[in-house]
Write a protein that binds this ligand. Structure first.
Ligand SMILES: Cc1ncc(COP(=O)(O)O)c(C=O)c1O
Length: 344
């Protein structure tokens, strides 16, 4: 009954097989190998456009480096106040942006809204040269609270951003879960909707440690080879990073759909027992409101998950109840969900 994080799962067989294959023999180091070009082309084909692709080994590096390409050191980046880049990356975005600032803004149930973004931009005072000019906005897809922005929502937010001269970054640590949930094309959810750069996560979906920074605009990617190297994220045995992405892309949507299905099954089972869920379940996370007795019984039975706290939740916990986070993954077994439900 492991629901603490999708990072708790290992790697998929496709990723491990790709690694074993790529391990054989020698290749040029630092990404100067044919397989890396092949994976770059695969990603361009997936997004139906020439993309500028840079592999790194953590989601934090992908986000922080991507954002650093969107703003000068005196700029500012809007993001949801509970976004991973705001709360969970120990200042890495600000570090890589050389002083540029993240400006946290409100959303609804963990998601930015077009009207909220419009309001944040219009109420920001550009006191030249005293205030930091807004340069970009970042969206998380799927969100930190298991929600998914529709293509329409992404398009609206990107249009508002573009109108104000801002670039859009998408933190897609769980991009696969969003695509599996929406059933749309990766192109429709990104560059066709106005996204300039995507942190395309593979780790949570079954790689060991691999994410791609995907630029849809050549000019923004111009200096990125230097940013990645200078930031210490150009992996010397790069082909082994490439192999992970290649293996991941073999069955990423099947795996993401499985993770989403397990979350849906969990949410339905909990609701059938009268347990409230704090956010809409649209991807691979479920946030049940449990009382102390239920929490203790689940922990005693060996269930693993974390408390979450009340972050723009739609259900306000009362008495001895609290919101907890359950995350499913490609590795989650139906029996684990059934066992969790039996103990609640
Ligand atoms: C939404 C989101 N973005 C980025 C990351 C960062 O990934 P990493 O832990 O690989 O740096 C995470 C990890 O939990 C995440 O949930």
């Amino acid at each position: 009954m492991f629901f603490a994080s999708d990072n708790g799962a290992g790697a998929t067989p496709a990723v491990l097989n790709a690694l074993i294959k790529a391990n054989d023999g020698y290749r040029a180091a630092y990404g100067n190998d044919d397989e890396t070009r092949e994976v770059e082309n695969l990603i361009s084909a997936l997004f139906e456009k020439q993309c500028y692709v840079f592999l790194v080994s953590t989601g934090t590096a992908a986000n922080a480096l991507a954002l650093s390409a969107l703003t000068p050191p005196w700029g500012a980046v809007l993001a949801h106040k509970h976004a991973h880049i705001v709360e969970d990356e120990c200042g890495a975005p600000e570090f890589y942006m050389h002083g540029a600032r993240l400006i946290p803004i409100d959303g609804v149930a963990g998601k930015l809204t077009a009207s909220g973004v419009e309001q944040a931009i219009s109420s920001y005072s550009p006191r030249v040269p005293h205030a930091m000019p807004l340069k970009a906005i970042s969206l998380t897809q799927s969100t930190e609270t298991g929600g998914v922005y529709s293509v329409k929502e992404v398009t609206e937010i990107c249009a508002i951003a573009k109108n104000a001269g801002l670039y859009t970054h998408m933190d897609g640590a769980r991009f696969g879960n969003a695509i599996a949930a929406l059933g749309c094309s990766p192109a429709d959810l990104t560059w066709r909707a106005g996204v300039d750069v995507l942190s395309f996560g593979a780790t949570k979906g079954g790689a060991l440690a691999c994410e791609a920074v995907v630029f849809f605009n050549e000019a923004l990617a111009e200096d990125f080879i230097y940013r990645r190297k200078r930031g210490g994220h150009l992996i010397s045995k790069h082909r082994l990073l490439t192999a992970q992405m290649k293996g991941y892309l073999e069955d990423w949507l099947v795996n993401a759909k499985h993770a989403n299905d397990m979350a849906t099954m969990m949410a339905k089972g909990l609701q059938d027992k009268g347990i409230k869920i704090a956010y809409p379940v649209e991807a691979n996370e479920v946030f049940p409101v449990l009382n102390g007795k239920q929490d203790a019984a689940l922990k005693a039975a060996g269930a693993s998950y974390y408390p979450w706290g009340d972050k723009e939740s739609l259900v306000k916990p009362q008495d001895d109840k609290n919101i907890f986070r359950l995350v499913t993954s490609f590795a989650t077994k139906r029996e684990e969900v059934e066992a969790f439900l039996r103990h609640t």
